[in-house]
Design a binder for this molecule. Structure first.
Ligand code: CAO
Length: 468
């Protein structure tokens, strides 16, 4: 028999969903409860399972389509074996007569991948009427060609009158099979009586059976990234990613997906430091450098790493170890025409600020003229990214893996600061600082202490000599 599989209701007031993936192909033989498409609504990503077994002859949807509730997903030629086995149910007669009331017809429900939608599908079976019954799965025979007489099955409520199988995913059926129990005996606690692995475990335990081992933790579901056709909304231009853009993309994706980030913010009063910077600028210039906020920060951060060694570390997740580094190499993010590069200044703790200002100018120039070797950009302890030259107030930098922390800097601005002793506001030059860190190895309290230490060192440069 030819059967149209239709999109069931997806939630309250939801009339359609976006098809994210089609999980089956024409010609494929599918079984009951096998997922056929993934549909995304505003609220959830939903896997829609088949309610019949058979061979797919047509698929009416493709990724990116808007699927209407009640619309045809695909057409299935139900297998003879499936029909036989369904018709051969020993309680077929009973079930058939029970289902004269359509409200009693069990219908498989869509499986939720992420978040449960508000569930109109869960209905009150006692009060449901054919009119109020949600569309759910409809197993309507496909329309017969006009020249042929209407097929018998179209006139009979055959598909509806059959006993539908217990609603459970194939993995849950397998758990039940392995535990030696009949899945249809297990009461389902899910929407529409859907049976979960937990239901099977509880049922087995209640029967005094051996404990069913837990399934391995499910892999995190990643939503397929499928670009819509952007040209539908206007002219577009495609160009290949440069090597730097690609490397940046890989590195940032790795860091963002592997490191549990926290970002904390602070402000440092650098009014006095700025006076000193201006005063000593000629000395740096004489040496061939430029005494900038970044050059000073490299020194401050190098000192801070001695006080807070957990910020000069890497995580070996596989070995479950933290690696502490006895060297202090500071990476500095440099904005170049070709993209972001992060050269590393070695042994920053052993160099004075003028030496650091000279070296910063050199590495920045080499980055901009593309003369950095790969090794010049590896082996850092921590990274500084100063966007203050361009403006901005705050931002949340991404840790430069395999490091565990990055210091972000925004534009210093004159702000009114409350002077407690004088009981008045006075203009001060305030520098916004942010530190993002790997929360696996750095606790929030350490993050605050670290950033406050950096701010104090900028406000009281003597601190570096005393503690750093
Ligand atoms: N607040 C206020 N002014 C700042 C500042 C800050 N935080 N940082 C820099 N400035 C000023 C400098 O004093 C300088 O002013 P003058 O020209 O009047 O002297 C001007 O901005 C330019 O500074 P600079 O870039 O020459 O010097 P630097 O040593 O501070 O910075 C470098 C060097 C390489 C860090 C910087 O040029 C750069 O590329 N920054 C961008 C980093 C970046 O893109 N990060 C993003 C990574 S995440 O996408």
């Amino acid at each position: 028999m030819t059967i149209e599989l239709k999109l069931p209701e997806l939630g309250e007031n939801i009339t359609s969903g976006k098809v994210i993936a089609v999980l089956v192909n024409v010609g494929e033989t599918i079984e009951v409860d096998q997922s056929v498409i993934e549909v995304e609504t505003d609220k959830a990503l939903i896997e829609v399972p088949s309610s019949v077994e058979g061979t797919i002859t047509e698929i009416h949807l493709k990724p990116g389509d808007d699927a209407e509730v009640g619309g045809t997903i695909l057409v299935i030629e139900e297998s003879a074996a499936a029909m036989e086995s369904t018709l051969g149910e020993e309680n077929f007669e009973d079930i058939s007569s029970d289902t004269d009331d359509p409200a009693d017809t069990e219908k498989p429900q869509p499986m939720l991948i992420d978040e449960p939608p508000p569930s109109p599908i869960a209905k009150d079976e006692d009060t449901a009427t054919p009119e109020s019954e949600p569309a759910g799965y409809s197993l309507e025979p496909a329309e017969a060609p006009p020249e042929t007489p209407a097929p018998e099955t179209a006139e009979t409520p055959a598909p509806k009158s059959r006993k539908t199988p217990a609603p459970a995913a194939p993995s849950v059926r397998r758990i039940a099979r392995e535990a030696g129990i009949e899945i249809s005996e297990v009461p389902g606690s899910g929407i529409g009586g859907r049976i979960s692995a937990q239901d099977v475990r509880q049922f087995v335990a209640a029967q005094g059976g051996a404990a069913v081992p837990d399934a391995p933790a499910p892999a995190l579901m990643s939503v397929p990234v499928q670009l819509p056709d952007l040209a539908r909304w206007g002219e577009v231009k495609r160009e290949p990613m440069s090597g730097i853009r690609r490397a940046t993309s890989v590195n940032l994706t790795r860091a963002w997906t592997n490191i549990p980030h926290v970002t904390q913010c602070e402000k440092a009063d650098i009014s006095e430091l700025d006076d000193l910077r201006r005063k000593f600028s000629p000395k740096a210039e004489a040496a061939g450098g430029k005494l900038t906020v970044t050059a000073i920060l490299i020194k401050v951060i190098a000192s801070a790493l001695k006080v807070f060694p957990q910020f000069n570390a890497s995580v070996d997740a596989e070995a479950e170890e933290i690696i502490y580094k006895n060297y202090v190499h500071v990476g500095v993010a440099v904005d170049t025409e070709n993209g972001l590069l992060v050269p590393v200044i070695r042994d920053a703790d052993k160099k004075n600020i003028i030496e650091l200002s000279v070296e910063l100018g050199e590495v920045a120039e080499r980055a901009r003229s593309r003369r950095l070797a790969p090794d010049d950009m590896q082996g850092g302890s921590i990274t500084i990214t100063n966007l203050g030259g361009f403006g901005g107030t705050y931002f949340t930098p991404i840790v430069n893996w395999p490091e565990v922390a990055i210091l972000g800097v925004s534009r210093a601005r004159m702000e009114p600061a409350w002077m407690k002793d004088e009981e008045r506001f006075v203009p001060r030059l305030m520098l916004p600082l942010m530190v993002s860190y790997d929360h696996r190895v750095i606790d929030g309290a350490d993050g605050v202490k670290f950033l406050r230490w950096v701010a104090d060192a900028l406000e009281e440069p003597m601190l570096m000599s005393l503690e750093g």
